[in-house]
Every structure is written in structure tokens, then in C-alpha cells.
Design a protein around this ligand. Structure first.
Ligand SMILES: *Cc1c(COP(=O)(O)O)cnc(C)c1O
Ligand code: SF4
Length: 445
């Protein structure tokens, strides 16, 4: 299939959209002023059910709808457009609204940038000792933008917010200096938007013996869901599969962390064929997704996804809570609901699909797992634990929060039993203070 991208600039040319009443197109334009979107010919022609587009999960995942903005934000953009506001003034209005939508949650920018020989290394995050995240500069975009995604500021052109690296060299030097790192995770955006040649430039050097300690390379990508032809008919698809094969033959584990939000993304001939080809190179596919209202907030959807994934040879990995950013209120599912959905879905699938963990909040102190709702001495509480912690010692120590039916993120929870703080909180506040002080100090130099 030929790739064709659609954005707010040309979406009116999509035949299925040209047929909709004008008010939908107008709404999309207004919301897109702050929540950029991008889709493509595969998503439009093979995934969306246009007969029921208003209910269609993939439509809502890729195209902006009015309810994603507050009435107030929506109205102010609408008025600006109707009154032909001067373009600089319009841009600053949109920027102001974007910033109110919390474009970089969880202190990602300040807290996770590592230092090598006294120099800050852009494009690398090292939060948990075993695993380094790498953001290749050419991979900072995606095959389609997901309307819920916390990475959207990277695409919306907000200055100073882009995390990227041009230097494969920095990565090598950093990994050589950090023998505790066993896992390298390529992320973005979507690293598989990069041409194979460029990806190869990053990965191939890591097959040398001095990187033996990095036994696993992961690539986080939504290509299987949004552009499976990346592995089938793109001009460098075959080269990509050959690169995968070289990595696995070298003895390293290569895992594709595939992002699937809905069972329909696993249903096409193209995605099934792509999964088969990828697996034939020795690459493992693990799957993850946030839980999102309007998209996949049902046990049925998750059980179906997990079953289909296992049937196709993929391993379910994480169910995430949606990050506190962008159109969060539109996609918001409470912790309690997410837990109920997880539990019900989990109870319906075989052990092979029970490799999934969740719901998980990837928050500043770590990956916090909502273990469940329980009752202790007649009091309803949330049971939580770290799956990953900024301090390794926090992991797998159950802790309790007051029951809160509306909470959907860690910062809304209070310690249970009248305690003032969670057990990890003092340590975390101390670490935050030190790191922020360091960051500020370095900026001054
Ligand atoms: C999730 C995550 C990882 C990987 O954690 P695993 O539990 O190994 O999947 C690494 N770094 C950051 C910052 C993360 O959020
Ligand atoms: S980073 Fe992933 S979730 Fe975010 S827009 Fe890109 S493909 Fe979607």
C-alpha cells in the first residue's frame, strides 16, 4: 500500500471525511490547533469503520473530537478563528492553552537527563539502573499521532521541549561507562519511522563485544498497529527484517514493544503478516497500551486483545494508566475502574496471556502498580506497589492509599490509616531536590 499522511492541512481531502457534515470538520480544525493530529491511508481505509465513525475507537484515537478540549478552550479558539485573529497572536493563544494541558508530565525533562564527563547528554534518559531510554533524533515523530499521547508536545512545536539526540556516539560512550545497563530501549516518537539505514547506524555498533553487557535491545513502536506495511512493502522493509535478524543472530535479545490500543488493530491481513515476518527473524513482540475511555475501557476489549496477541505469538506486557496531559479528561479512567477491568479481563484469559501487568502508572517516583482494592480492619483501601522505582529498594513493597473512587493518578492518592506520607515519599522528595538543584546548577554554567 502507498503511504499517505493526513494532517489538519489536508484532512479535508480524505473522501470519508469530505462526506461528513461541515461541523465535524470545523470542530476538528479547532481542536487540532492545540492537539495536533496525523493519520494515514492504512488507518483511514482499513481500521476505521466510517459507517459508525462517531462511535469508532480508531476514529477517536486519531482524529480530534470536540470533547477533547474544555468548553472554555474550545470557545476561545473558535472565536479566534472566526474573527481571523492575526497569526502571531493566534499562535500565542494556542501555546498558552497547550501549556495549560501539562505537555511534559512527571518531571521528565529536569530529572532524567544523565551526565557524562560533566556534560549533559541529550536524548538519553536513565531512570532505572538496568534500562536506558534512547530518543534518536530522527525518530521523534510517528506514523500517526495518538490523540491521548503525552508525547504530543514533541510534535506540536513547543520550543525547548524536544528531547532528541544526534549522536550515536554519546550513546555508545554512555553505555561503555555504565556496565550496569543490560537493556537499551529505543523510543520516540516512534523509532520505526526512521529509515532502516539510520536505525542501523544506531544499532549495528552495539553488536561489538564492548556492549556485551547490553543483552537486550527494545524498540517501542506503534508501526504494527498504524503502519504494518513498514515491515511488508516499504522500500526498506526487507533491510529492516535483515537488521532484526543480524541482532538476534548476534546473540542479543531484540524485542519489539508494540503498542496496540484496540483489538481491531490486530485484525487485518497486513498486521498478521507483519507479525509473522518479524517473529521469523527471532524478534519477540511484547504488547502494551494505556487504558482509555471511549477506546478500550472494557474487560471484553482487553481480553480479546490479549487472546489475539497470544494467538499471534505476542506477549502482553503492560496496561498503563493514561498520563496527566493533553486530552486526559476525555480519556480518563479511574484507578478503581481500570483495576476492575484488568481483573475481569485477566480472569478470562489463559495463563499465557497473564503476562500482562497493570494498571500501571509511569509516574515520577517509578512505575506504580495498582494491585487492587481491599479492606483492612473495616476500611476500604487501595493496595499499590512499585514495579520499577527510582530507588530499587522500593520495588515490590506493598503500600496503602485511602480509597478514592475518582482518583486516576498517584498525586490524587493519600496514604491510608492517617499516615502522613507514603514510605518512599521522603526519599523521593530528597532525590528530587538534589536533582533539580543539579539541573539548575548546570544550566548556570
Ligand atoms: C517503563 C520504563 C522503563 C522500562 O521498564 P521495564 O519495567 O523494564 O519495562 C525504563 N525507563 C523508564 C523511564 C520507563 O518509564
Ligand atoms: S509516541 Fe506512540 S502513543 Fe504517542 S503519538 Fe506516537 S505512536 Fe502514538
Amino acid at each position: 500500500m502507498e503511504y499517505k499522511a493526513f494532517t489538519s492541512r489536508n484532512f479535508r481531502t480524505i473522501p470519508q471525511i469530505a462526506n461528513l457534515p461541515e461541523r465535524f470538520r470545523k470542530d476538528m480544525e479547532i481542536v487540532a490547533a492545540v492537539l495536533p493530529f496525523k493519520s494515514n491511508s492504512y488507518v483511514v481505509n482499513e481500521l476505521i469503520d466510517w459507517e459508525n465513525f462517531e462511535q469508532d475507537p480508531i476514529f477517536k484515537l486519531t482524529f480530534p473530537v470536540r470533547e477533547m478540549l474544555s468548553e472554555e478552550h474550545f470557545k476561545s479558539i473558535e472565536q479566534a478563528l472566526d474573527s481571523n485573529m492575526e497569526s502571531n497572536q493566534f499562535k500565542s493563544l494556542c501555546n498558552k492553552i497547550s501549556l495549560e494541558l501539562n505537555p511534559h508530565p512527571a518531571g521528565q525533562l529536569e530529572m532524567n537527563i544523565p551526565v557524562l564527563d560533566g556534560r549533559k547528554i541529550e536524548g538519553i534518559q536513565h531512570k532505572y539502573s538496568e534500562t536506558v531510554l534512547f530518543f534518536p533524533a530522527q525518530g521523534q515523530t510517528c506514523h500517526a499521532y495518538c490523540t491521548f499521547c503525552f508525547r504530543w508536545p514533541q510534535f506540536s512545536g513547543l520550543e525547548g521541549m524536544k528531547i532528541a539526540s544526534k549522536q550515536s556516539n554519546d550513546l555508545s560512550e554512555y553505555l561503555k561507562a555504565h556496565k550496569e545497563v543490560t537493556n537499551l530501549l529505543f523510543t520516540g516518537g516512534d523509532p520505526l519511522v526512521m529509515k532502516t539505514k539510520i536505525l542501523e547506524g544506531y544499532i549495528e555498533p552495539l553488536l561489538a563485544p564492548e556492549f556485551d553487557h547490553v543483552h537486550t535491545i527494545r524498540i517501542g513502536s506503534k508501526a504494527l498497529a498504524y503502519w504494518p506495511y513498514r515491515f511488508l512493502t516499504d522500500t526498506d522493509s526487507k533491510d529492516l527484517l535483515r537488521l532484526f535478524e543480524r541482532v538476534t543472530k548476534s546473540g542479543k535479545h531484540l524485542a519489539l514493544m508494540a503498542h496496540f490500543n484496540h483489538p481491531v488493530e490486530l485484525s487485518t491481513k497486513a498486521v498478521k503478516q507483519a507479525i509473522r515476518l518479524i517473529r521469523s527473524t527471532g524478534v519477540e513482540i511484547r504488547t502494551q497500551s494505556p487504558i482509555l475511555k471511549h477506546i478500550n475501557d472494557s474487560a471484553h476489549a482487553w481480553a480479546k486483545m490479549w487472546r489475539q496477541q497470544v494467538a499471534l505469538g505476542c506477549s502482553p506486557y503492560y496496561m498503563f494508566m493514561a498520563r496527566d496531559t493533553g486530552a486526559k479528561q476525555y480519556f480518563d479512567v479511574s484507578l478503581e475502574n481500570a483495576y476492575n477491568i484488568f481483573r475481569e479481563a485477566y480472569s478470562k484469559v489463559s495463563g499465557l496471556a497473564r503476562t500482562a501487568r497493570g494498571p500501571v502508572m509511569s509516574a515520577a517516583p517509578g512505575k506504580v502498580h495498582m494491585v487492587g482494592v481491599s479492606e483492612v480492619s473495616g476500611k476500604k483501601v487501595f493496595v499499590l506497589q512499585f514495579i520499577q522505582g527510582r530507588q530499587a529498594d522500593w520495588v515490590k513493597r506493598p503500600f496503602f492509599a485511602e480509597y478514592n473512587a475518582d482518583a486516576s493518578w498517584l498525586n490524587e492518592l493519600k496514604p491510608a490509616f492517617g499516615e502522613e506520607k507514603f514510605f518512599w515519599q521522603d526519599d523521593f522528595e530528597e532525590m528530587t531536590r538534589i536533582r533539580l538543584a543539579n539541573a539548575i546548577h548546570q544550566d548556570e554554567e
